[in-house]
Design a protein around this ligand. Structure first.
Ligand SMILES: NC(=O)c1ccc[n+]([C@@H]2O[C@H](COP(=O)([O-])OP(=O)(O)OC[C@H]3O[C@@H](n4cnc5c(N)ncnc54)[C@H](OP(=O)(O)O)[C@@H]3O)[C@@H](O)[C@H]2O)c1
Length: 245
């Protein structure tokens, strides 16, 4: 009789490339994944800040990555594979929010959000896919947003919401492309998370009602450990009651 597939896949020996781990949600994800036993290849602008996270040295490598420097994406992935011999997962976490509405914000703000929130994840997926395919259980988690699923009202950053919608589209494309080789991609769409990103923004869920970064990190860990037979293409995690989400 054929043996049943494992309920979850292990963390030990699996290598995760994570962007923007120096603070906020990225730091919480790094700590959660390290505690669960994953090996981490962090892509960050400030290597010294990443070194201060207190992650296990034998299972962590730190690489220079700036979403605004196109070459740094492929360099980071190549270095990670050289160092660890494999790549099992990519978590596109680095992101920025600038206020761009029909009344406020500049073209430069809009361009910056496309560069960091969409173009950089696209490049990283391109660089990582061949390695993820090789493992048979590759995973991609793109940190999108509830703003990637709907426009709550026109006072939110419309520019940010546009980029997060695009990131959801990119997640679907990555899932399609990787599926035959066991790569599974998820667009994780959280509501307000209690990080520095929200400082000074109007209309956001107030502090006590926000998601804790540690809660979202727990979800990322689960997504990386689900078997190929349990695919979550999109996961919306809201902090407030909305009509659809
Ligand atoms: N906070 C929320 O309410 C919320 C809700 C839904 C989704 N999200 C998404 O969650 C992700 C993490 O957000 P957060 O709340 O943790 O924000 P955060 O505290 O502002 O952290 C953003 C992270 O992105 C990195 N980053 C920014 N620009 C970069 C660049 N050019 N190259 C490389 N890294 C760059 C930052 O690195 P440095 O330290 O070098 O600046 C930092 O590590 C983002 O994609 C965000 O859109 C956030």
């Amino acid at each position: 009789m054929a043996s049943k597939p494992a309920a979850t896949i292990g963390a030990r020996g699996r290598v995760v490339a994570l962007s923007g781990a120096t603070r906020g949600l990225g730091a919480a994800i790094a700590r959660r994944l390290a505690a669960d036993g994953f090996t981490l290849a962090l892509g960050v602008r400030e290597p010294r800040a990443a070194a201060k996270l207190g992650l296990p040295r034998t299972r962590t490598s730190i690489h220079a990555f700036d979403a605004l420097d196109p070459d740094s994406a492929s360099r980071w992935i190549a270095e990670a594979v050289k160092r660890h011999g494999r790549l099992d997962a990519l978590v596109n976490n680095a992101g920025i929010l600038r206020r761009v509405t029909f009344e406020e914000g500049s073209e430069a703000d809009l361009d910056a959000m496309w560069a960091v929130n969409v173009k950089a994840p696209f490049r990283l997926i391109r660089a990582a896919l061949p390695h993820l395919r090789r493992t048979g259980t590759g995973r991609i988690v793109n940190i999108a947003s509830t703003d990637g699923k709907r426009i709550r009202d026109t006072s939110v950053s419309i520019g940010y919401a546009m980029t997060k919608h695009a990131l959801v589209a990119l997640s679907q494309a990555a899932k399609l492309a990787g599926w035959p080789d066991g790569v599974r991609a998820t667009a994780l769409c959280p509501g307000a998370i209690d990080t520095g990103m929200l400082a000074g923004l109007p209309g956001i869920t107030p502090g006590p009602g926000r998601l804790r970064p540690e809660t979202v990190a727990e979800i990322v860990s689960l997504l990386l450990r689900l078997p190929n037979t349990a695919t979550i293409a999109e996961l919306v995690v809201n902090t407030r009651q909305e009509h659809s989400y």
